[in-house]
Design a protein around this ligand. Sequence first.
Ligand SMILES: Cc1cc2nc3c(=O)[nH]c(=O)nc-3n(C[C@H](O)[C@H](O)[C@H](O)COP(=O)(O)OP(=O)(O)OC[C@H]3O[C@@H](n4cnc5c(N)ncnc54)[C@H](O)[C@@H]3O)c2cc1C
Length: 287
Amino acid sequence: MYPASFDYSTPTTIDEALRLLAEHGENAKLLAGGHSLLPLMKLRFAQPTHVVDLRRIPSLRGIRRDGDTLVIGAMTTHAELAASADVRDAAPIIADAASQIGDPQVRNRGTIGGSLAHADPSADLPAVILALGATIVAAGPAGRRSIRADEFFRELFTTSLNADELLAEVRIPVSTARSGSAYAKHAQPASRFAYVGVAAALDLERMGEHVQRVRVAVTGFANTPLRAIKVEEALLGRVADADTIAVASMELDGGSELNDDTEAAYKVQLARVCVDIALRRATERAR
Ligand SMILES: Cc1cc2nc3c(=O)[nH]c(=O)nc-3n(C[C@H](O)[C@H](O)[C@H](O)COP(=O)(O)OP(=O)(O)OC[C@H]3O[C@@H](n4cnc5c(N)ncnc54)[C@H](O)[C@@H]3O)c2cc1C
């Protein structure tokens, strides 16, 4: 099916893109890699009359270190994340997840900004960003504002971004402690989206094996990625050995937010296995 007709702009600065958004209001849509937007337009679930392509805005691209923060531009592709030495060094979980997204075409076109803004409940990077305690920077008519990952994903396909804002960059705190992070995914065999995916990030104490900080987030479970708080509580302050991790993994229950489908019990079981794998890998990386 063909999309409905639309006008198309290729701004070269963020300000120009924001002006176009303000001018066309609800009828405008930002285009990044197009791997989620174009299928929606072809099915006519989305019918923007003006498409604002972000690909010619250099300031939205790239990966850099800013002191103890890793800064990733919104238009950075999944393939660039997977291949980046800076990402592998500072937050290997991002490379883990990005390298498992879809297929090579999707990874070479799809972007971190598009993935987070789209907020698909089975996407990989939202859970990763949540586990890392990242901050999302939105650019809008009044300037820039920072949104904590915990507050960014509001509902199914809904984020805290306002209609007149764009996602400019993602800022990830890089721990100086003995830290490790990992992503474990059971992919839906046809789409490669996460049937269940678990992101884990933790710090070990400087001279020992006790867990000083831990965040675990699950995707594929509910309308938004969820923190696995009970798992985190079962691990915090304890020695991260295989037995403790196995016991903590069993604390995952999906809670009241788990989508009540016929596969819920199976999903919980599968997610517990993914929690176990992600936590063990994150611990090994922290040592
Ligand atoms: C076959 C296939 C398999 C896939 N498999 C996976 C998978 O395994 N795991 C996974 O996580 N994802 C998967 N995806 C989705 C893929 O990761 C997409 O790239 C991603 O969801 C959207 O990114 P995009 O850059 O293509 O965004 P687009 O499709 O261009 O945009 C998506 C939405 O985000 C908005 N948007 C884009 N950029 C910005 C911005 N900077 N600021 C504000 N709003 C913005 C757009 O207006 C649009 O509403 C798959 C997609 C396909 C087609």
